[in-house]
Design a protein around this ligand. Structure first.
Ligand code: CP3
Length: 349
């Protein structure tokens, strides 16, 4: 049987097919650095409302594609829609970020329910359908979810923190109790990503933004383990849909994570040396990353020099160019344009 090759450069790069140049997209490519995003955001008002309004969410997903022609769009939503859909109260406060009613014990975990997630998340699936129908033929659509560990940190802490003491202590003192929370999140994530794929997502990414705060054994248990379950179950149903894992801050543990989870591509944060990734990862998985988001704020030579070094190290193996974390709100849009031009015209060096 001949293999059908995707006409999308982003998918080609993730399915072991030679590409003319590395595909690129940027985490948080839709958002506050774009005036057209701020306009829609102020019209809709609430951030959560924006995520649940398909027409507006589809529009902000497409905005960066129209401006810069990235090889992939990423669904506009948030990793905390899963706790919201499971019944945990969530709001986004201006200048403060997400605030949730913290979950600290088994009774609170037992009160979460998987029964109603599709009712709450139906607008997100509609956004996926709308975007998939509106994108240029050559552009891929990436669906996403947070990884169970990272989503759990917000659910347990109740807000953004730097140390994550509450979830880390719960996991250490009562691994069985904490595991009940991780198990609900694992099931919800498999279901949610499956629905996104059915609605038209061509690939999915799991954001494990806080993987880096865990010790080696805790990382295996709460990051690698659940990710392996999610990837395995998705691959059984959708063998050809690439899965990207982004274990931010995992450092040298990234190699084990890539091998043990079965992801097709591993996201590299800003701190990872590209030449190490070329030697240690690209023989077995594709990699994605990892320009410093602040280099895009700085622009000019700082940005272009760093981007070229990454391209020189990684574009001879399976590779998707991205940032090492999300675009920050103070990024000048014209720097994103200059970076996109450099990447579109890259012919090797
Ligand atoms: O363009 C895209 O990347 C797609 C949309 C997207 C958002 N959040 C929109 C968003 C994606 C993929 C995310 C993922 C996400 N959300 C992560 C993982 C990636 C990472 O940054 O580490 C995390 C940890 C969250 C949780 C979250 N959402 C926080 C802590 C906050 C508040 C901080 C902030 O940046 O404002 C959000 C809000 C959020 N999610 C915004 C956007 C565009 C800003 C909302 C606004 O318009 O005010």
């Amino acid at each position: 049987m001949t293999k059908i090759v995707s006409n999308k450069r982003f998918i080609q790069a993730l399915t072991d097919y030679p590409v003319d140049r590395p595909p690129f997209w940027f985490m948080r490519q839709a958002g506050r650095y774009l005036p057209e995003y701020r306009q829609i955001r102020s019209k809709v008002g609430d951030f959560l409302e924006l995520c649940y309004t398909p027409e507006a969410a589809a529009e902000v997903t497409l905005q960066p594609i129209r401006r810069y022609g990235m090889d992939a769009a990423i669904l506009f939503a948030d990793i905390l829609l899963i706790p919201d859909a499971l019944g945990q109260k969530l709001e986004y406060r201006e200048g403060e970020g997400p605030v949730l009613d913290p979950i600290r014990d088994g009774a609170a975990v037992a009160a979460l329910t998987l029964d109603k997630i599709d009712d709450r998340l139906a607008p997100v699936y509609e956004t996926v359908e709308r975007v998939a129908g509106a994108l240029p033929e050559e552009t891929a659509l990436i669906g996403f979810a947070g990884s169970p560990w990272t989503v759990a940190t917000y659910m347990v802490e109740g807000h953004a923190t730097k140390e994550f003491q509450e979830p880390r202590l719960w996991a250490l003192r009562d691994p069985q109790g904490f595991s009940a929370l991780i198990d609900v999140l694992t099931e919800a994530t498999i279901h949610y990503l499956g629905r996104q794929i059915e609605a038209g997502a061509h690939a999915v990414q799991l954001f494990d933004s806080w993987a880096g705060v865990l010790s080696d054994d805790q990382f295996s248990r709460w990051c690698t383990g659940p990710t392996r379950t999610i990837v395995g179950r998705l691959k059984r149903r959708f063998p050809d849909v690439p899965v990207i894992g982004f274990p931010r801050g995992a450092g040298v543990k990234t190699a084990d994570y890539a091998a043990a989870t079965g992801v097709d591509c591993v996201g590299l944060d800003t701190s990872m040396p590209p030449r190490w990734a070329a030697r240690s990862l690209q023989g077995t998985v594709a990699v994605q990353g990892n320009l410093d988001p602040l280099a895009v704020v700085a622009g000019g030579r700082a940005m272009e020099g760093q981007a070229r070094e990454i391209l020189k190290a990684l574009s001879y193996g399976p590779f998707v160019f991205n940032l090492g974390h999300g675009i920050v709100p103070q990024t000048p849009p014209e720097h994103v344009a200059a970076l996109s031009d450099l990447l579109r015209n890259w012919q090797g060096e």
